[in-house]
Design a protein around this ligand. Structure first.
Ligand code: DGI
Ligand code: FE
Ligand code: FE
Length: 188
């Protein structure tokens, strides 16, 4: 599937604002992939589809999580997390994407996971720093991403955890596990 075909499929699933975000993630992911030696085509495809399920009804996402045997914990930690694993499932089923590396990059783009692959890191960070993002701390992560992908990842996860805590929201355990792994690595 080429870029044009992929974008057409995704545009139908998203609001104009979310589609603009997707284009930003795509450009950023390709740049990061080129810089760090990840597969640029896979980065492009994963970026285009990463928020595919963002606007699916809550009920549908919940049903898919239950029926597909996804972690039950997802249901406890809030629906913002659901579009990532549900997206990976639907992108395979509805758009025919079968590349497991691309699907994993979509699946783990919100919470991360310990042992993230290079492609997963590229998508996670591209999602965080694409040009349309304007939250506090994003410029610091943009700078880090130019020279140290793991440092940028640790910082963006830390910012996300702090943001969630300030809003009294629960932190999904995988998010903490990812943060811990990166923090311990950074101390080596
Ligand atoms: O889909 P995007 O907005 O582009 O970005 P995203 O996929 O990173 O989703 C961000 C949302 O997910 C945001 O509302 C915070 C939420 N989130 C991220 N990590 C966690 C989380 N929510 C909970 N409860 N726990 C997490 O660990
Ligand atoms: Fe997302
Ligand atoms: Fe996104």
């Amino acid at each position: 599937m080429n870029r044009k075909q992929a974008l057409k499929i995704v545009e139908e699933q998203l609001t104009p604002h979310r589609y603009e975000h997707t284009l930003g993630v795509m450009e950023t992911a390709i740049e990061l992939a080129a810089h760090y030696g990840a597969d640029e085509k896979k980065a492009e495809l994963a970026a285009i589809f990463h928020d595919y399920a963002k606007f699916r009804p809550k009920k549908e996402m919940k049903r898919i999580i239950e029926e597909q045997g996804m972690p039950k914990e997802l249901l406890v930690y809030g629906k913002e997390l659901w579009h990532a694993p549900v997206g990976a499932f639907l992108v395979e089923k509805e758009a025919g994407i079968t590349d497991s590396e691309v699907l994993d990059a979509i699946r783990y783009h919100t919470a991360g996971r310990p042992g993230m692959t290079l492609l997963e890191k590229v998508i996670y960070i591209a999602d965080y720093i694409e040009p349309g993002r304007h939250f506090p701390g994003v410029d610091e992560v943009r700078e880090m991403a130019k020279s140290d992908l793991d440092l940028a990842l640790a910082q963006s996860i830390k910012n996300t955890i702090l943001f969630l805590m300030k809003k009294n929201l629960p932190i999904y355990p995988e998010t903490f596990l990812t943060y811990n792994e990166l923090t311990m690595k950074a101390e080596d």
